[in-house]
Design a binder for this molecule. Structure first.
Ligand code: NI
Length: 153
């Protein structure tokens, strides 16, 4: 694990109260853990802004499979970009709608291009690209202190 540094943060009391509510709702055991996750998320987002950054991600698509030829066009597009496609999960949501999750990997610019292409297809009612990294900035976790109760280190 990476060396840990301790920092002090000056923060408005009301903002801190909102932060505590947020991380409580999300189930964080400590402010430090929530803070580390938020920093990693910001760093991944910043890195993924550059087209050449290697990323992994998921493209989530909801579409009406009655839409003419859409299933075939989605499959064709995935074959066209096969080098970036790792896996696809398909769920029949109801009589009309399908959910497809495509796991993608490659340079961020190319992954965004593939996602834009799929999401823009006529008949796709909602689509979203989520990018992440196999190697976040640091996955270091604070050691658990024996006897520590609750949150707030
Ligand atoms: Ni389906």
């Amino acid at each position: 694990m990476a060396d840990l540094s301790r920092i002090g943060v000056a923060i408005d009391a009301e903002l801190l109260a909102q932060f505590d509510r947020l991380i409580g709702e999300r189930g964080y055991g400590s402010r430090s853990e929530a803070f580390r996750d938020m920093v990693r998320d910001a760093l991944i987002n910043q890195a993924a802004a550059a087209d050449e950054t290697p990323v992994v991600g998921t493209i989530t698509l909801v579409y009406d499979h009655h839409q003419r030829m859409l299933s075939d066009r989605l499959t064709s597009a995935q074959h066209e970009f096969h080098h970036a496609m790792l896996s696809t999960l398909h769920v029949h949501l109801d009589h009309d709608n399908c959910l497809e999750v495509v796991v993608v990997k490659g340079p961020a610019g190319e992954v965004r291009h593939v996602a834009d292409h799929l999401i823009a297809m006529k008949g796709v009612t909602h689509g979203r690209l989520t990018l992440t990294s196999a190697r976040p900035a640091s996955s270091g976790r604070a050691p658990r202190r024996p006897g520590r109760r609750g949150a707030r280190p």
